[in-house]
Ligand binder design. Structure first.
Ligand SMILES: *Cc1c(COP(=O)(O)O)cnc(C)c1O
Length: 374
């Protein structure tokens, strides 16, 4: 029987069970009551060097809530890194704003800050950067452009819990950080997310909008058109336990990346993840790009790995390649050529923090042997 190695499995243990059971025993299961919610919000925000944390139902709703709380709406233009989960783009559309895709740096795969200024118009209000696969965006030039043009900066840090840029945690560098705690993220609440910020007005607004914008004096006289994006205390209990292990998980990702990096260093058919001098990379997923004689063989490579029980997943398809957006006239396929190239050649290999040394060796052997047999 062939072994099966999946791209990612959450690592959950006794501490997670104890916290969730404690919340259950106290009957504190909703998003309005219970001690785990404020605890998880506070500890995670502090970790991101932020004063405020607002927990949500997902990374997607965290981004939506951030845009709503910052007042980004109808007709506003938002510059967004094109190569990402489309969860970064959808909330811009929910708000009636117009997303403008920005092409990538070919090495980090993050948005190229040098391309921002040319896309700014009178209607531009914000930039959404994405710390892709756990490598921080080069934030200094992004913040300089934002300051010069009076733009807000939202960090989609859904893949980058604990990553740092010049020693500063991501999610606390721009105006608002947005995190996801989906099952395959660095720490998980099953489904969940959080906004981190040092802007009190923004945090208050987000907190109010998250809970249907109930009134202060008269609860059912609502203050705005709100949402129900509340994380439950049960999920926060899980998040609190996971948070206690965040550095353990990041260290496991680093070990995995160092190991793969050593094993693959001689392969001229693979472009490996880079780490810039400004970066602490947390390797949410170990993403590689085929090159040389393997450049156009992705389907084949992924199939052959699957036959060995090694699960892989294609990298993201950029905004400018999505039919749903091209058909609406929001973009053209050739708008971000560098991202397109990676989209067709990139994939990620098993990256779970629970993988054993034996499994890592099995994956590395498989990748090397498949690439050498092309
Ligand atoms: C996972 C992810 C999201 C969305 O988070 P959900 O919790 O799945 O809604 C957004 N952006 C990026 C870059 C992601 O990886």
């Amino acid at each position: 029987m062939t072994r099966q190695v999946s791209v990612s499995q959450p690592v959950l243990g006794a501490q997670e069970a104890a916290c969730v059971n404690d919340a259950l025993a106290k009957g504190a299961i909703s998003g309005f009551f219970g001690e785990y919610l404020p605890m998880f919000e506070h500890e995670f925000a502090q970790y991101c060097e932020c004063e405020f944390g607002v927990a949500t139902t997902s990374g997607t709703t965290a981004i939506h809530l951030a845009l709503a709380a910052l007042g980004i709406g109808e007709g506003d233009e938002v510059l967004v890194s094109t190569l990402t989960n489309m969860a970064t783009f959808f909330p811009v559309i929910y708000q009636g704003a117009i997303p403008v895709p920005i092409d990538i740096e070919p090495d980090t795969l993050n948005l190229d800050p040098g391309l921002l200024e040319a896309r700014i118009t009178k209607r531009t209000k914000a930039i959404i950067v994405v710390h892709l696969f756990g490598h921080p965006v080069d934030m200094d030039p992004v913040m300089a452009v934002a300051r010069k043009h009076g733009l807000l900066v939202i960090e989609d840090a859904a893949e980058a819990h604990g990553a740092t840029y010049k020693g500063r945690k991501v999610g606390g560098i721009g105006d608002v950080g947005c995190f996801s705690f989906y099952a395959n993220k660095l720490i998980t609440t099953g489904e969940g997310g959080m906004i981190t910020t040092n802007n009190r007005a923004c945090a208050d607004k987000a907190r109010n909008l998250r809970g249907l914008a109930f009134g202060d004096k008269m609860k059912f006289m609502h203050q705005a058109i709100g949402y129900n994006y509340r994380m439950t205390n049960l999920q926060a209990a899980l998040g609190h336990a996971q948070f206690g292990r965040i550095e353990e998980f990041i260290a496991a990702k680093k070990r995995l990346a160092d190991y793969y990096g050593r094993r693959f260093s001689e392969l001229d058919t693979l472009r490996l993840p880079v780490v810039k001098s400004y970066a602490r990379h947390v390797y949410w997923m170990y993403h590689v790009v085929l090159q040389g004689k393997a450049a156009d063989r992705r389907v084949d490579v992924m199939d052959r790995l699957q036959q060995r029980g090694i699960e892989t997943r294609e990298g993201f398809i950029p905004f400018n390649m999505q039919r749903i957006f091209i058909d609406r006239g929001l973009t053209r396929e050739d708008e971000c050529p560098l991202a397109n190239e990676v989209a067709l050649r990139g994939f990620y290999i098993p990256s779970g923090t629970g993988l054993t040394g034996d499994e890592l060796e099995y994956v590395a052997d498989g990748v090397i042997s498949v690439l050498q047999s092309l």
